[in-house]
Each structure stands twice: as structure tokens, then as C-alpha cells.
Design a protein around this ligand. Structure first.
Ligand SMILES: Cc1cc2nc3c(=O)[nH]c(=O)nc-3n(C[C@H](O)[C@H](O)[C@H](O)COP(=O)(O)OP(=O)(O)OC[C@H]3O[C@@H](n4cnc5c(N)ncnc54)[C@H](O)[C@@H]3O)c2cc1C
Length: 472
């Protein structure tokens, strides 16, 4: 592909800024147009997932652009889930039996800022802020922008346009409204939305609760989570139905009712949140949805990437990681040396879409797991067994969570199919009494026998899936 090509990227969020950096490193002329002001100069994050769970697929992308060490300094490691029950008792459930497997909490603003800084170091990359894309003209490979600085409109020309403008993508809307080709699109909202709250730092930037965990108050119908920040604070997110159940976003309208809800269900969290009422009424309650669409490209001159192509609900902590993996996978296709963008876009979508569909489905599964299943006995027994497998036989077993989160060289689809088969195998064994929970999990011999049974049962389930055409 000719490096003198002009690439227009719409949206300088996490995916767009990483893509600009990588294409800049590869020598393309890159212009980025971002709707919002420069987040390095103006604080624009309030109420919108201030921090994110960042894991191995994201780290792989950082390695690709040479930023692994710089990004590490922005991370707070989280070794497991800290589960809080109604009485305020806590138990730490590690993410893996292998000590080197943990996830990180990272600030969206700091990470995005770093990627913008690094992209701008390349002379061939230019980033413009306050420029909102209104539509894309595929026939002419141009995009129409509104310039908020001058209150005027202008048209930008390019050889290829890549839209990384998030879940509400303007270019995706042009695909849809243009009706120039068969464009399939679905957007599924959960009945639950989210609101961001906070636990402020203690004295001298200390943490008011355990630092190195993702805290979860799972209450079946709703849940609260908290992720640590570098400054000693935690960003807390309440996931709650908009209109169902005794307490919902639509009826939590007074200070008294909010305090009543938190005292009843999140007593120990409330003690850490004297600022709760202010946060609750200042921050928005936002919807959560899954966007799927196809094709992601049209006419060999435009492509959707990141949330613009595949927005997912946040319960696997993978939306950003998947968007970063998009860039890694796109880069691989560029390495194949196809002469036309059309082929690059086709090959990329063909290998990528089944994987982003898989993580979208896994993220919905995890919604139910986090708010309820983590408290159920059979779920905990399964996890305890998996931890013991991973600890005693680190090269022989990886749980579904580990396959998705810590195995960046296994595709999301493979992780989903294998992970679900393993879950089914273990849960069946528990239900059939084939494995006693009384077993000493440090007894390696006994554990090995159970592991072999799990592996055999998993292969049988995968074989059934293969016969059913779900797996090849
Ligand atoms: C509550 C919540 C929690 C989350 N937690 C996690 C997590 O823990 N881990 C994880 O991996 N993922 C998480 N995610 C998902 C993650 O935020 C997204 O997957 C990620 O931000 C996608 O990056 P993106 O660049 O594709 O889109 P975005 O980050 O949305 O960036 C899009 C950019 O385009 C700009 N833009 C939009 N429209 C236009 C336009 N018309 N013209 C020009 N610019 C435009 C926007 O201003 C923005 O800068 C979470 C999401 C939510 C909502």
C-alpha cells in the first residue's frame, strides 16, 4: 500500500488515537478529527467511565506501538474481585491461580492523553479538536464537519476514511441512512443503565478500602462496583434498572430515598462515600447497549473500527481492550501487503467480526455472573476448582475468564467456545456428584484426576459443537 496515502480518522478516543499513532509509525499521512475539546487541556470525563479495566489484549497493542512501560506507570493492578455481602463481609476471589495474571485499573483520560501525545510526535499525524463529523460521502471519500471553533462547516477529503467515533458513530449512521448497500445494524439496550459515583482518597492519598481489587457488591437485581485510581480514590459505578424493581433510577429521586437504598444494600460502601448524594444527583444515568453491524466497510474507501463497529456492555472489561486489539489485527493485515484498501478492509472484517461478536455475547453473560452468580455456591465451587487447577497445573488449564483476559493470542471466539465448554463440563460434574467439594484442593494427585475428567468432558462438548457446526 502506498504510504503517501491520506487517511482521515474520525474520533480521537482510545481506538482512534492508537490507530493514528500506529498508522503514523507506518508512515501514512494521518489527519484526525475529534468532536470534543482536547482532553489534555479540558476536563471532559465526568460521569463517563473515568477508569477502565485494562488487560493483556490491550497490553499487546501497547507493545506494538512501544508504549508498554509508559502505560504500566498509569496502572493500578487488581488481583481479583473483592466480593462484599449485605453484612459488609468481604472475600477476595482471585482472577487466576497464576500469580502473574491480574488486570489493571487505568484512567481513560491519562491513557487517551498519552496516546495523543505519542501520535502527535509524528510529523505525518495531525489532530484537530472541536470538529464534529456530520456525515460521510462514500462516492467521493469525503466527510462533512462542523467546526465548533468557527461555527462553520467544511468538507475534508481523503484516500481512506476510518471512523473510530464510538458507539454513536456518525459514519455508521451515514451507512444506515444512505441505503446504498445492504447494511445490517442492531442496537440492543439492557434494561439497566449506569451511574458513576466515587470514593474519595483518604488522608495523604491513602485508599479507604483494599486497593488492589475490583470491588463488587452484587445484589442479583443490581450491583455496585469500584475500581481504584492512582490518587487513592475509587471510581464507583452503580448498575441499576431504569424502571424495574423497588429501587430504580427513575424512582431514586430524593436524597432520602438514595440514602435508604444504599443503607439497605451497600452499607459498607455508603460508609466510605459521604459524597454519595452530591455524586448521585450531579452525574447522569446512562444507558448500556450492544451494537452489531455489517459490513464494516464500503466501497473500499471507508471502514468502521472500535465501538463504532462493535460497542459492547462493560461487564467483561473488554470494550477498550477489543478496540485496541482491532488495531493490532488491522496492523497484521497491513503486514500482508495487499495493494488495495478494499482487500485490507475485507480481510480484516472477515477475521475480526466473529471475534467481536463473541466478546459481545460474553459481556452479556458476565452481566449475570457479576451481579448474581458470583454469590452462588456452585459458581464459587467451580471457581475454587479452576483456581486450584491453574495453581497446580499452570500449563494445563485456563478458565474462561483467563482465556478471554490473559490469553491475548487466543481469539475471543476460541476463548468463548472453549471457556463455555469447560464451564459446562465442571457444572455437570458438580451436579452429577462426580466431584466432591469436600476434596482437598492441595492434593495434586486427586486434582489431576479431576482435571483429566474435565478435559475429556470439555473435548466431548466441543466435539458436539463441531458436529452442530458451531466450531471448526
Ligand atoms: C461504563 C463503562 C465502563 C467501561 N469499562 C470498560 C473497561 O473496564 N474495560 C474496557 O476494556 N472497556 C470498558 N468500556 C468500554 C470502552 O469505554 C470502549 O470500548 C472504548 O472507549 C471504545 O473506544 P473507541 O475509541 O472505539 O470509542 P470512544 O472511546 O467512545 O471514542 C470515540 C471518540 O470519537 C469522538 N466522536 C464521537 N462522535 C464524533 C463525531 N461525530 N465526530 C468526531 N468525533 C466524534 C468522541 O468524542 C470520542 O473521543 C466501558 C464502557 C462504559 C460505558
Amino acid at each position: 500500500m502506498n504510504k503517501q496515502q491520506n487517511i482521515l480518522i474520525i474520533g480521537a478516543g482510545l481506538c482512534g488515537s492508537l490507530l493514528a499513532l500506529r498508522l503514523g509509525q507506518r508512515g501514512y499521512n494521518v489527519t484526525v478529527m475529534e468532536m470534543r475539546p482536547d482532553l489534555r487541556k479540558v476536563d471532559i470525563s465526568a460521569g463517563r467511565s473515568i477508569n477502565l479495566a485494562f488487560s493483556d489484549r490491550g497490553i499487546k497493542a501497547m507493545k506494538l506501538v512501544g508504549l508498554e512501560e509508559k502505560v504500566k506507570s498509569l496502572c493500578v493492578p487488581m488481583n481479583g474481585r473483592m466480593l462484599h455481602d449485605l453484612e459488609g463481609n468481604t472475600v477476595l476471589a482471585p482472577y487466576s491461580g497464576r500469580e502473574h495474571e491480574y488486570i489493571n485499573s487505568i484512567s481513560r483520560g491519562q491513557l487517551n492523553g498519552l496516546l495523543l501525545d505519542e501520535a502527535e510526535k509524528h510529523e505525518n499525524v495531525t489532530i484537530h479538536f472541536n470538529k464534529k463529523c456530520k456525515s460521510v460521502d462514500f462516492e467521493n471519500t469525503t466527510a462533512l464537519f462542523k467546526d465548533y471553533d468557527t461555527n462553520t462547516e467544511f468538507v475534508e477529503d481523503a484516500d481512506a476514511i476510518i471512523a473510530t467515533d464510538g458507539a454513536g458513530s456518525a459514519m455508521r449512521q451515514s451507512y444506515y441512512l444512505g441505503k446504498k448497500f445492504l447494511f445490517s445494524f442492531s442496537q440492543d439496550y439492557l434494561s439497566h443503565g449506569y451511574k458513576e459515583l466515587s470514593i474519595l482518597p483518604g488522608e495523604n492519598g491513602s485508599y479507604k478500602t483494599y486497593k488492589n481489587a475490583l470491588h463488587i457488591w452484587g445484589r442479583e437485581a443490581f450491583m455496585l462496583i469500584a475500581l481504584p485510581n492512582l490518587d487513592g480514590s475509587f471510581t464507583v459505578t452503580l448498575f441499576l434498572s431504569f424502571d424495574e424493581g423497588e429501587y430504580n433510577f427513575n424512582n431514586l429521586t430524593t436524597k432520602e430515598r438514595v440514602l435508604e437504598f444504599f443503607s439497605k444494600y451497600f452499607k459498607d460502601a455508603l460508609e466510605l462515600m459521604p459524597n454519595l448524594v452530591d455524586d448521585f444527583f450531579e452525574n447522569p444515568s446512562s444507558p448500556l447497549g450492544t451494537v452489531k453491524c455489517s459490513p464494516w466497510h464500503y466501497k473500499g474507501n471507508t471502514l468502521l473500527m472500535g465501538d463504532a463497529a462493535h460497542a459492547i456492555v462493560p461487564f467483561y472489561g473488554q470494550g477498550m481492550n477489543a478496540s485496541f486489539e482491532d488495531v493490532t489485527e488491522f496492523d497484521k493485515v497491513l503486514d500482508e501487503g495487499h495493494p488495495e484498501w478494499e482487500t485490507v478492509f475485507k480481510v480484516y472484517e472477515k477475521s475480526r467480526k466473529e471475534n467481536t461478536d463473541a466478546i459481545a455475547d460474553l459481556a452479556i453473560d458476565n452481566f449475570y455472573e457479576m451481579k448474581g452468580h458470583v454469590n452462588h455456591a456452585n459458581f464459587r465451587e467451580k471457581r475454587n476448582l479452576e483456581m486450584a487447577f491453574e495453581k497446580s497445573f499452570p500449563d494445563d488449564y485456563s478458565s474462561k475468564y483467563s482465556l478471554v483476559t490473559f490469553n491475548e493470542d487466543i481469539s475471543y471466539r476460541e476463548a468463548m467456545l472453549r471457556g463455555r465448554a469447560q464451564d459446562k463440563a465442571i457444572l455437570n460434574m458438580l451436579a452429577d456428584g462426580e466431584y466432591s467439594t469436600a476434596i482437598d484442593l492441595t492434593d495434586k494427585e486427586a486434582l489431576k484426576t479431576i482435571l483429566e475428567k474435565v478435559k475429556t468432558a470439555t473435548e466431548a462438548i466441543l466435539e458436539d459443537d463441531r458436529i452442530a457446526g458451531l466450531y471448526s
